[in-house]
Design a protein around this ligand. Structure first.
Ligand code: NDP
Length: 339
């Protein structure tokens, strides 16, 4: 069994290839109610950067020498649980490795029987990023027809769905993304109303560009990145605006040193705005509700989804670093093995 373990924590610096080491381990014997999984698809997500840091979060960090965490789509190859049969396709926290041995209570069977979605979709638009977009936008953002929605990391796994759901709800959508290609994709292919390329721009420039596109202000800011894009969005908030704090990817490499404090109290007050954090795990009990609606949007062609696929376990560290730097265009995945 080949796997990547964490050997060094990046402290106040970006992630490097040498933070990981490829090791081999024997496949362990199964205890009762355990299953052996073969990883088919591995999801690479920004939260993994947080798990590399020793600092406190909502979950434990990955220990030095431990397998890097990650969710995957996997096939059951052996089962000691009478209710799970070999051949079943499941969603599970397999980690960056080819095979994983897990308790059967920690796997989620995938039901793709009456549909023919690519299995990788269950890590993207039909998985964690999709659920994030779906619930955070609707439960915290509460979009109303005619409102203006701003979303950052707009062409990524979460962002591309946020914008498309907001369009389905009758909103005007502005996406912020890095570079021309991503901006063209979200407007021309996904139907966002406009896009802002944030690269090499100051808070002042970004603030002015948002103001130009949304002279009446932003009703909902879906924040995937934090940092100066957040600042520019806050300076354009409409009265009774809602700010969804979903991710802080732009601050990951300084998490150990930066503590900005609540800088935006006065704007929240003046605009009678709401700012709320979101964690997708709080919505696990509503997965089926999400799946039903998302599947029908995809089947009816109302929603599109772009993936960025790296090939083979050994491509994982580079693809992960690339994703943190914005080299991915669409949901970043690694194809570990064929079914
Ligand atoms: P993406 O597919 O959007 O990939 C990450 C993207 O972040 C990159 O492609 C890059 O796009 C952008 N980015 C990287 N660095 C910066 C920077 N300094 N400033 C602005 N943008 C940057 O990832 P996801 O869609 O999976 O995740 C998006 C966000 O949502 C992350 O912050 C993640 O942690 C968060 N998240 C939160 C969840 C929750 O429950 N709270 C669940 C899932 C995700 P570009 O080229 O446009 O810069």
């Amino acid at each position: 069994n080949h796997r990547y373990v964490l050997i060094e924590r990046p402290v106040n610096r970006s992630v490097q290839l040498t933070d990981f080491s490829l090791t081999t381990s024997p496949i362990s014997e199964l205890n009762s109610n355990e299953v052996l999984l073969k990883t088919l698809w591995l999801s690479l997500d920004p939260y993994m950067r947080g798990r590399m840091s020793a600092g406190k979060s909502y979950v434990q960090p990955v220990g030095i020498g431990e397998v890097m965490v990650g969710q995957g789509v996997a096939e059951v190859v052996k089962s000691n649980d009478p209710n799970i049969v070999p051949g079943q396709i499941v969603l599970a926290d397999v980690g960056w490795q080819e095979y994983a041995c897990l308790s059967s209570k920690d796997i989620i069977p995938i039901d793709n029987t009456n549909t023919s979605f690519p299995l990788s979709y269950y890590l993207g638009c039909l998985g964690m990023p999709g659920m994030t977009a779906y619930f955070a936008l609707q439960e915290i953002g509460r979009p109303e027809k005619g409102e203006t929605v701003l979303v950052s990391a707009a062409s990524g796994a979460v962002g591309q769905i946020v914008g498309q759901i907001a369009k389905l709800k009758g909103c005007t959508v502005i996406g912020i993304a890095g570079g021309n290609e991503k901006c063209t994709y979200i407007t021309k292919t996904l139907g966002f109303d406009s896009a802002i390329d944030y690269k090499n721009k100051s808070v002042k420039q970004l603030t002015n560009e948002i103001r130009h596109l949304a002279p009446n202000g932003i009703n909902i800011y879906f924040d995937n990145v934090g940092g100066i894009i957040h600042d520019s969005a806050m300076l354009n908030l409409a009265i009774q605006g809602r700010v969804i704090i979903c991710g802080v990817i732009s601050t990951f490499d300084q998490l150990e040193s930066v503590d900005n404090g609540p800088r935006w109290m006065r704007i929240l007050l003046i605009k009678r705005a709401l700012m709320q954090g979101f964690l997708v795990t709080d919505y696990e009990h509503r997965r089926n509700e999400f799946l039903n609606e998302m599947k029908s949007w995809l089947e009816n062609g109302q929603l599109k989804y772009r993936e960025d696929i790296a090939e083979g376990l050994q491509a994982t560290p580079q693809a992960f670093i690339g994703m943190l730097q914005g080299k991915n265009h669409g949901k970043q995945l690694v194809r570990i093995a064929e079914q």
